[in-house]
Design a protein around this ligand. Structure first.
Ligand code: B12
Length: 211
């Protein structure tokens, strides 16, 4: 088995110890960090997402795969500085004001990172102004909003309105998700897109940035 296949298997099976060890060994032997991401981690997360959509994997398996990917990514990240000068698409992500649910949002963040996006995760209970400020600071391409409570769904609209007010709405694409949401709600609040799971979120994000 090649080191890429080993990393693929480790991430897909959610074995974070093996994912980290394989990555460390491969780096010590001179493997290209970007290739470890492109040929090991990204295909593994894509397969984990596919299995989730086909109901072959459930949330725990997806979380374990995301954790394994993160363990490997932590080792690779410092070595990517050379690559980071390349144009990387930036996503500012967060759970909207009043809402503390972050499991789904964290999965989306991990999958986006795995797919090569630069993710700035603002955490939970994020006020509209914080999203605007971060988007401005990071020159973000995309804003991802998560809400799990019907009571906090209006905070998504307030956040989108804040981007309008700040004159930034034309510069960023907004995509939304969370269990109580729907495509029609996303349209109603003038979001650019909606995704109902983490791998769909990656596809939507890629489509929004045109790649
Ligand atoms: C875990 C949980 C909690 C945990 C949260 C822990 C954490 N760190 O997140 C705790 C215990 C803290 C909690 C608290 C509360 N909760 Co709660 N909670 C849940 C529960 C059981 C699971 C949510 C979850 O993690 N699902 C798994 C993840 C993977 O799925 P997901 O979040 O939907 O994310 C996926 C997609 O939606 C999408 N997605 C998510 N975000 C984004 C973002 C973008 C940009 C995109 C594109 C896609 C996307 O991709 C994700 C991955 O596939 C749900 C019930 C349920 N089955 O949904 C209730 C639930 C959401 N909670 C509920 C309630 C009422 C509360 C409380 C008000 C309870 C209380 N009385 O205190 C508080 C509110 C606290 C607050 N202010 O937020 C209700 C909401 C009802 C409603 N319609 O509003 C639910 C539905 C339970 C119920 N049936 O009553 N909760």
């Amino acid at each position: 088995m090649s080191r890429f296949e080993e990393l693929y298997e480790a991430v897909l099976s959610g074995d974070n110890g093996s994912a980290a060890a394989t990555t460390r060994d491969a780096l010590e032997q001179g493997a290209d960090p970007q290739q470890l991401i492109d040929e090991g981690m990204i295909p593994a997360m894509a397969e984990a997402g596919r299995r989730f959509e086909e109901a072959e994997y459930f949330v725990p398996e997806l979380l374990l795969a995301a954790r394994a990917m993160k363990a490997a990514l932590e080792l690779i990240r410092p070595m990517l500085s050379a690559h980071q000068t390349e144009m990387k698409r930036c996503v500012v992500l967060g759970t909207v004001k009043g809402d503390l649910h972050d499991i789904g949002k964290n999965l989306v963040a991990a999958m986006l990172e795995g797919a090569g996006f630069d993710v700035v995760d603002l955490g939970t209970d994020v006020a509209p102004e914080q999203f605007v400020e971060a988007a401005r600071e990071q020159s973000a391409d995309l804003i991802g909003l998560s809400a799990l409570l019907t009571a906090t769904m209006p905070a998504m609209k307030a956040t989108i309105d804040a981007f309008e007010k700040a004159g930034l709405r034309d510069r960023v694409k907004v995509f939304v998700g969370g269990a109580p949401l729907s495509d029609s709600y996303a349209q109603e609040i003038h979001a650019d897109a909606y995704a109902d799971n983490a791998s769909a979120a990656v596809r939507v994000a890629q489509a929004l940035v045109g790649g």
